[in-house]
Design a protein around this ligand. Structure first.
Ligand SMILES: [Zn+2]
Ligand SMILES: [Zn+2]
Length: 657
């Protein structure tokens, strides 16, 4: 039988001769589709447009609407980069060049590191090759021939890759651009059909790398770049990364004096005065929301016997991420007999013990424990990064113990909290429901009931969501939340996670209305996630210009001359008495200089005081955003600032938009 049946995404079918290519199918649908096509999807596998169909298949044509096409596009641009580099630097050796979420990179062995001028020249050469509109051709070479070819060309890393990845194969897949003289790479593809399809790309920077990412291997130079379907998207991305650099919380945190790190406590934050103020504001804001919502704040130990972690399962699954405590005898030798202890990496097991500490009845449920004490996770030092990846952290963590039929109602309440909190910070967000994975613990019927209740809760809370089928944890389904910051980046923050396993492992039970014992469900939930990471997000979201309610210093009083310091102090005192965080800049500097400094410190309000203000009991008000606002009676300023603090939600939104 030489005819094949292909099924298109709309469910329609077509009969085509065997060996018809994906590109030909696109053309048979419409010439415009053929022009727009970058690659194809055949039975869930991404392939070249030249891929010949050999069996009945589902076929989808990938265009600039498909994320899979962007991956192909970026990987193809990495080939273009390698082609340009090998032309300009004939002695280089090529490593690998994969696409990434943000673009692509390619690793090279070079005699000397690339400099910025090299990148310019390489990018120009890439543009020339793209303009040539050369075909990306897939060829199958006999394995021996491919190995010999790359060996003769002085590419031992490629030889190594072929030997490792194609053992037992007769042929290996290589791709040329135009022909093997211009560029050839060992690669399984797929790629765009021709270099002319690559319209918008930019090389960004270089870094040190090692072959296979292992520091014991050959040092290499990595070139990072990015690529988009259109110049408009590329420019928007470049603007975003420029903006992100300016907002980088590590830079802003240093400039504003919020926190610092020291190599003797890698990954653990030193919160400076202003950073501690910010931290405490957030901690108390969360308490202020959770206490009226029926949460009980608790503090559980930081160090536990390993028996706890064995019961929770962390000892077998998570021990590598935990700090274990070694006991030493007086002679300094490790004492293997001593009690084995570990620093807690999460609060859940401790909360299980709290639940189990009393006989619980259905009338006690939902029971909600909130805890903000520090957690320690032994992250590899190379992955530590500012506040976003740390070893010591605290969460706005809570565990809600509920009966199976209370899940929906509890989750509706949680969704309400999430919506309220993100609105207060002017953060947009989206929800994702992750359901039962192929490997799961417990009964399918329990899962079905839990998932149905989560869906009902999302609908009741009018919360739009996407469904991630099969993406739940093995112990229960969950809802994750991504927030979008002021410059359009997404961050995963809140999570609402159902868990049937941990209550079972700890033998938890409550007495139901039927007088029988029942297993409670625990909902792990956090809205900020960790304070550390959330503060990093807020710093970048606001670019350090915190809204009035969050600003560590809300107002600074600026005396014009020494003789105004006494009045300035009395203004500061009145502000402090009214509950504001205010300072006086008493330095003998020009007033213009003090204003600039306060502006750089992103203090929301500057209160300038001189002879006139001291005589009248007023202040000359300046705002960080609006500049000079003219003379105000101090009481009038206090009243309006109070209003601004109270309406934090709308204020937060106004400032970032
Ligand atoms: Zn490739
Ligand atoms: Zn938990």
């Amino acid at each position: 039988m030489s005819e094949l049946t292909i099924t298109l995404p709309d469910g329609s079918t077509k009969s085509v001769p065997r060996a018809t290519t994906v590109g030909e199918i696109a053309a048979s649908i419409s010439p415009r589709l053929a022009q727009a096509a970058y690659a194809g999807m055949v039975n869930d596998r991404v392939v070249d447009l030249t891929f010949p169909l050999q069996e009945d298949s589902k076929v989808r044509i990938l265009t600039n609407k498909d994320p899979e096409a962007l991956t192909v596009y970026r990987h193809s641009t990495a080939h273009l980069l390698a082609a340009a580099v090998t032309q300009l630097f004939p002695k280089v050796q090529c490593g690998i060049g994969p696409p990434t979420d943000e673009g692509f990179f390619y690793d090279f062995v070079v005699e000397k590191p690339f400099v910025p001028e090299d990148l310019e020249a390489i990018e120009k050469r890439m543009k020339d090759i793209a303009a040539g509109d050369y075909v990306y051709e897939r060829q199958l070479w006999p394995r021996d021939e491919a190995i010999r070819f790359f060996r003769d060309r002085g590419e031992p890393l490629k030889v190594q890759l072929i030997e490792e990845k194609t053992e037992g194969q007769k042929d290996v897949s290589v791709y040329t651009i135009k022909d093997r003289d211009l560029f050839v790479d060992f690669c399984v593809g797929p790629h765009v059909p021709a270099s002319g399809r690559l319209k918008a790309f930019k090389l960004l920077n270089t870094s040190n790398a090692y072959w296979k990412g292992d520091a014991r291997n050959q040092p290499m130079q990595r070139i990072y770049g990015t690529a988009f379907f259109s110049d408009k998207e590329l420019q928007a991305y470049l603007t975003q990364i420029e903006e992100a650099k300016k907002r980088d919380h590590r830079k802003v945190g240093r400039e504003l004096g919020l926190f610092l790190f020291h190599p003797w406590a890698a990954g653990s934050t030193f919160w400076l005065g202003k950073g501690t103020t910010l931290y405490n504001l957030l901690a108390n804001y969360m308490r202020g929301i959770l206490f009226p919502s029926g949460y009980v704040e608790v503090k559980t130990p930081l160090v536990f016997n390993k028996a706890l972690w064995e019961t929770s399962g962390h000892w077998s699954h998570y021990r590598a991420n935990m700090f274990l405590i070694e006991h030493h005898d007086e002679d300094g030798k490790a004492n293997a007999e001593a009690e084995q202890l570990a620093l807690k990496a999460m609060n859940c097991p401790g909360h299980m013990l709290l639940f189990a500490s009393e006989v619980r009845s259905y009338r006690d449920l939902p029971l909600r424990f909130h805890e903000q004490t520090p957690l320690h996770r032994n992250e590899v030092s190379g992955t530590l990064s500012g506040l976003t990846r740390v070893r010591q952290l605290s969460q706005d963590d809570a565990h809600c113990f509920v009966a199976q039929d209370q899940i929906a109602e509890e989750v509706v309440r949680l969704l309400g909290l999430v919506q309220r909190v993100y609105a207060d910070f002017g953060l947009q967000f989206e929800a994702k429901l992750a359901t039962r994975p192929p490997e799961f613990l417990g009964e399918a019927a329990t899962w079905d009931s839990a998932e149905a209740q989560l869906k009902a809760a999302l609908e009741k809370a009018a919360q739009p969501y996407t469904l991630n089928e099969g993406d739940g944890a093995f112990y229960g389904p969950k809802i994750d939340f991504d927030v979008t910051d002021a410059i359009g980046r997404k961050w995963q923050c809140a999570t609402i996670q159902l868990d049937y396993q941990m209550p079972a492992r700890f033998g938890l039970k409550y007495i139901g209305a039927d007088n029988a014992e029942h297993l409670p469900v625990v909902i792990h939930r956090a809205i900020f996630g960790s304070f550390e990471r959330f503060i990093a997000i807020l710093i970048e979201h606001y670019a350090g210009a915190f809204p009035l309610w969050l600003a560590p210093i809300q107002a600074i009083v600026l005396p014009i001359a020494d003789r105004h310091v006494t009045y300035a102090q009395s203004v500061r005192q009145q502000l402090a008495d009214a509950g504001f965080r205010a300072q006086v800049d008493e330095r003998q500097e020009k007033i213009g200089y003090k204003i600039r400094e306060a502006q750089l410190q992103k203090v929301p309000y500057m209160l300038v005081v001189g002879d006139k203000e001291a005589a009248e009991g007023t202040v000359a008000l300046r705002s960080r955003v609006g500049g000079d606002l003219g003379s105000r009676a101090l009481d009038a300023f206090i009243a309006s600032a109070r209003g601004e603090v109270e309406t934090k939600g709308s204020q937060a939104r106004q400032e970032v938009l």
